[in-house]
Ligand binder design. Structure first.
Ligand code: SAM
Length: 206
C-alpha cells in the first residue's frame, strides 16, 4: 500500500509514510473485508459511511503539515483509521463523530489497541470543539458545502484546516491556512466524500 499507492503517487512526507506503515488498517474494517483492507479504495463501515481510500488519507494528512507536537481536531471519526494515523503524528487528537454507534465502536477499539492520546466525542463536528480550541490542525473527513467560519475561528495562527468542499457528490480538497495577516486557501486534488451533516454542513435528508 505505502509503496504502490502512496510513494508512487507522490506522497513525500516521511512521517506520514511511516505512520501509515505502522497503523494496521485491517483492524479498522469489518472482519469480512480484512483481506481487502489495503486495497486502493474506500470501504463500507456500516451506517451508510466509509473508511477513506488510503491515498486520500495520506494526501489529507500530508496537507496538515504535522511535526509532532500539535493538537489536532478530526471531524468524522468513521472507522477510526485516520484518527489512529494522526495520533502517531501529533501529540493530542480529538475526533468528533455524529453517529453514536460508530463513535462507541471506535472508542472501544482505541482502548483495546492502546491509542491513549485520542479522544472520541459524539456530536455535530460542524460546530468544531470550542472547549478544546484552538487547534494546530483541523481535518474534516466528510464533504462540506463551504468552509465553516467556526472552524477557521478555532485554528491557531499558523494552523491548517484540510476540508473537502463542493457538492454532495464531488468536491475539491482545500488546505486553509490561518496567518497573522488572514486566511489563505490552496486547492489540492478532486475527491468524493460522504456528506458532512450538521448545522454548518448539509441537512440530513435520510
Ligand atoms: N475519517 C474516517 C475514517 O478514517 O474512517 C472516514 C470518515 S467517513 C468518510 C465520514 C464520517 O463523517 C462518517 O462517519 C460520518 O458519520 C461523519 N460525519 C458526517 N457529518 C458529521 C458531523 N457533522 N460531525 C461529525 N461527524 C460527521
Amino acid at each position: 500500500m505505502v509503496e504502490h499507492q502512496l510513494k508512487a503517487r507522490g506522497i513525500k512526507d516521511e512521517r506520514v509514510l511511516a505512520a501509515m506503515e505502522t497503523v494496521q488498517r485491517h483492524l479498522f474494517v469489518d472482519e469480512r473485508l480484512r483481506d481487502r483492507a489495503y486495497d486502493d479504495c474506500a470501504h463500507s463501515i456500516g451506517e451508510g459511511q466509509t473508511i477513506s481510500q488510503p491515498y486520500m488519507v495520506a494526501v489529507m494528512t500530508e496537507l496538515l503539515e504535522l511535526k509532532g507536537d500539535e493538537k489536532v481536531l478530526e471531524i468524522g471519526t468513521g472507522s477510526g483509521y485516520q484518527g489512529a494515523v494522526l495520533s502517531i503524528l501529533a501529540s493530542e487528537v480529538f475526533t468528533v463523530e455524529r453517529l453514536r454507534p460508530l463513535a462507541l465502536k471506535v472508542q472501544v477499539l482505541y482502548r483495546e489497541l492502546g491509542y491513549s492520546n485520542i479522544h472520541v466525542i459524539t456530536g455535530d463536528g460542524t460546530l468544531g470543539l470550542p472547549g478544546q480550541a484552538p487547534f494546530d490542525g483541523i481535518i474534516v473527513t466528510a464533504a462540506a458545502p463551504r468552509v465553516p467560519d467556526v472552524l477557521t475561528d478555532q485554528l491557531k495562527t499558523g494552523g491548517r484546516l484540510v476540508i473537502p468542499v463542493g457538492s454532495r457528490y464531488s468536491q475539491v480538497l482545500y488546505q486553509v491556512k490561518k496567518t497573522a495577516s488572514g486566511i489563505s486557501t490552496a486547492l489540492s486534488t478532486g475527491c468524493v466524500f460522504v456528506p458532512l451533516i450538521g448545522k454548518n454542513g448539509w441537512q440530513d435528508n435520510s
